[in-house]
Design a protein around this ligand. Structure first.
Ligand SMILES: Nc1ncnc2c1ncn2[C@@H]1O[C@H](COP(=O)(O)OP(=O)(O)OP(=O)(O)O)[C@@H](O)[C@H]1O
Length: 327
């Protein structure tokens, strides 16, 4: 039976908690809706609960409380339906080393009760540049190729939702780019993508929306562009012709910082403030006869934002105690 949730929701998570048998609480009342066709990146430090969250949605780990619906179907009551809609590329490469690429991907499709479809398997292998390797045993493949096989397995039954747990951990730059391209193509075909990553650059490059999880709590969910705008900072740097001893009082309104040596003035402002008062400041410098050689602005990256968010939260909640306790 379908749960009443907006039809555009690929995954709807409500009040989800998980306490492992050890007594460790890995998830604390997580609420999250993932829209159909979006790329959602889940960021968080080691041990934050990302894999636990994904594993619950995929039916590998049982929740302690709360509900999850996949395309409107409850993952416990309608587990057959929900599992057939999901593909999971796990963090660890786990597949039969002695099987051929072709056999293992074909077998994965069968696991979901889908009729054999060699044309479909061929397409998946070709899309992932694995076609030439189809008859090779998995153990003979490089780490990057094995990772592609894991993706091929996850796609073999044509899932609507693909979970990628650390898809590019330990892969080289070229394969990472290829995988990003492949993920975008899947999204363009309507597949919803949920990925976890430690590479903030990956989230910055790919995600439509970003969720940040820390110590089992979802501390933020935001459109990437909004997040960068809202929390991002810009820094204006002015390289002076002549060093100065102090910021002239006429420039007080701009809160400039004079760097040691007196050659550089800096000003930080919100990224949402597109002007940042730069033009009036430069005009004022001209009026005061202060010459400059160079002016540049830098925007903080998602990485800066992420680090400051998690750092801030850690200090708020545990008063500076060490994060990421061992299992
Ligand atoms: N089976 C288990 N029993 C007890 N604790 C567990 C179990 N599995 C995970 N944990 C703990 O739950 C917490 C969250 O783990 P999880 O693997 O979900 O984190 P993660 O965000 O995916 O981390 P990483 O980025 O390191 O993969 C960790 O502290 C982990 O040690």
């Amino acid at each position: 039976m379908a749960i009443s949730s907006p039809s555009s929701c690929a995954v709807s998570i409500a009040g989800l908690t998980k306490t492992y048998a050890s007594g460790f609480q890995a998830l604390k009342r997580v609420d999250l809706d993932i829209q159909q066709g979006e790329i959602f990146a889940l960021l968080g430090p080691n041990g934050a609960g990302k894999t636990t969250l994904i594993s619950i949605v995929c039916g590998i780990v049982t929740a302690s409380s709360g509900t999850v619906a996949v395309a409107g179907h409850d993952i416990v009551r309608d587990y057959r339906v929900t599992r057939s809609k999901i593909g999971l590329v796990p963090q660890e490469l786990s597949t039969d080393a002695f099987e051929s690429v072709w056999a293992t991907v074909t077998f994965s499709r069968g696991l979901f009760g889908k009729a054999p479809d060699p044309a479909r398997v061929e397409k998946v292998l070709r899309d992932l540049s694995l076609w030439d390797k189809r008859n090779e045993k998995i153990m003979a493949l490089s780490g990057g190729m094995k990772r592609r096989v894991m993706i091929a397995k996850a796609l073999s039954h044509e899932p609507e939702i693909l979970f990628l747990d650390e898809p590019t951990a330990g892969v080289d730059v070229e394969l990472r780019r290829d995988m990003w391209e492949m993920v975008r193509q899947l999204r363009d075909r309507g597949v919803t993508i949920i990925l976890t990553t430690h590479y903030i650059e990956e989230a910055e490059e790919m995600a439509d929306r970003i969720g940040v999880i820390n110590k089992g709590e979802l501390i933020l969910v935001e459109e990437k562009a909004t997040l960068m705008k809202k929390l991002g900072k810009k820094q204006l740097t002015i390289e002076l012709d002549q060093p100065m001893h102090a910021v002239p009082p006429e420039l007080a309104a701009w809160n400039l910082v004079l760097k040691p040596g007196g050659h550089t003035l800096q000003r930080e402002f919100d990224a949402a403030d597109t002007q940042g008062g730069v033009a009036p400041l430069l005009r004022r410098l001209g009026e005061l006869g202060i010459g400059f050689k160079d002016v540049n602005t830098q925007q903080s990256s998602l990485e800066d934002i992420f680090v400051s968010l998690v750092h801030q939260k850690t200090h708020e909640t545990v008063g500076g105690a060490a994060a990421g306790a061992a299992a």
